[in-house]
Write a protein that binds this ligand. Structure first.
Ligand code: 13P
Ligand code: SF4
Length: 309
């Protein structure tokens, strides 16, 4: 069945001049048919330069919105429109407007894990791969940062600016599942292992990391490192790619049950149907897109459009 779908997907891609972009947490069978697999920053960069007529985006809502906003003249479709990041929904635009009134001199930096309507109220976007770089490039001494409070903490450790998390308790339910006690136990059991942790994890977990990385930075670190064993604290989908691309190395999940159910909504069959029927089209009203696009463009200007971080 998968093989038949794969053949059909390849044929449709050629016929429609389409590309499939997929996030690192996607199911392995979806990653296999993708033309590009990456983290949020890489996906934004690739989206900004995409040549195809049709883009099938296998990721969550805010990622597909970013691709749509960067390509207003192209059709961007998402295989399952229910693939919505719950963290992105934690920051409604009204909260940003109120925070700006409280801190009129502060810049607003938003994690890409936000909806377009929130981005439209911000000054610049960032991802887990470039958040400290973006914050440090700004003139303002105070930064309102949302919605992930753990990423805000990570940034605060790497800047002399004042970082104000917004909302106070914004978080990713998947990365909050990791416990420092579990990671410490694994470190004791595997003292030779490098510990790669995503900065959406709690500060106590971050403090146990050898390296704090976005998903693609994990991949680059695992490839470059002389270590043979790694403890991985992020969504478990990442481990499949790490294993596939580093056959001689061992990857131990810090928590087997850390699964983002929203990311996993895209099955191979849904990818096929969305490509065949050109559904479900991602639309962002232009008055919002025009403002939100600028924040992504500004991020890409600061952090570079092509280089690796
Ligand atoms: P990355 O940008 O590191 O891939 O992270 C995206 C994400 O949603 C993590 O939960
Ligand atoms: Fe959102 Fe967390 Fe899933 Fe990433 S892992 S898409 S932040 S819920």
């Amino acid at each position: 069945m998968d093989q038949k779908l794969r053949v059909e997907i390849e044929r449709l891609k050629r016929e429609k001049e389409a590309v499939i972009l997929a996030h690192n947490y996607q199911r392995p069978e979806v990653q296999k048919v993708a033309d590009f697999v990456g983290d949020s920053l890489e996906l934004a960069r690739v989206s900004a330069g995409v040549k195809a007529k049709l883009v099938v985006f296998a990721g969550v809502d805010f990622m597909a919105e970013t691709a749509a906003m960067l390509n207003p003249e192209k059709k961007v479709v998402i295989p399952d429109p229910e693939a919505r990041c719950p963290m992105a929904a934690q920051l409604p635009p009204q909260l940003i407007k109120e925070a700006r009134k409280r801190h009129p001199k502060a810049a607003v930096v938003l994690y890409v894990n936000t909806l377009a309507e929130a981005k439209a109220e911000s000054d610049v976007a960032c991802t887990s791969a470039n958040a400290p770089q973006i914050v440090n490039a700004l003139e303002e001494d105070t930064v309102i940062f949302g919605p992930d409070r753990n990423l805000a903490w990570f940034v605060q450790q790497r800047t002399s600016k004042r970082v104000l998390p917004l909302p106070e308790n914004g978080h990713c339910y998947v990365h909050r599942m990791f416990s420092a006690a579990d990671v410490a136990l694994l470190k004791e059991r595997y003292p030779d292992a490098e510990v790669l942790v995503h900065p959406e994890c709690d500060p106590e977990v971050q403090q146990l990391a050898t390296h704090l990385c976005s998903t693609s930075q994990m991949l680059r670190r695992a490839k470059a490192s002389p270590a043979k064993r790694f403890i991985i604290a992020t969504e478990v989908g990442m481990l499949e790619r790490l294993r596939r691309e580093n056959p001689g190395k061992e990857f131990i999940p810090a928590l087997e049950s850390a699964i983002c159910v929203q990311m996993k909504k895209h099955t191979l069959e849904k990818v096929y149907l969305s490509l065949r029927d050109e559904k479900h089209v991602v639309r962002v009203p232009e008055e919002i897109a025009a403002r939100a696009r600028k924040t992504i463009e500004r991020m890409l200007e600061i952090s570079g459009r092509v280089t690796h971080d």
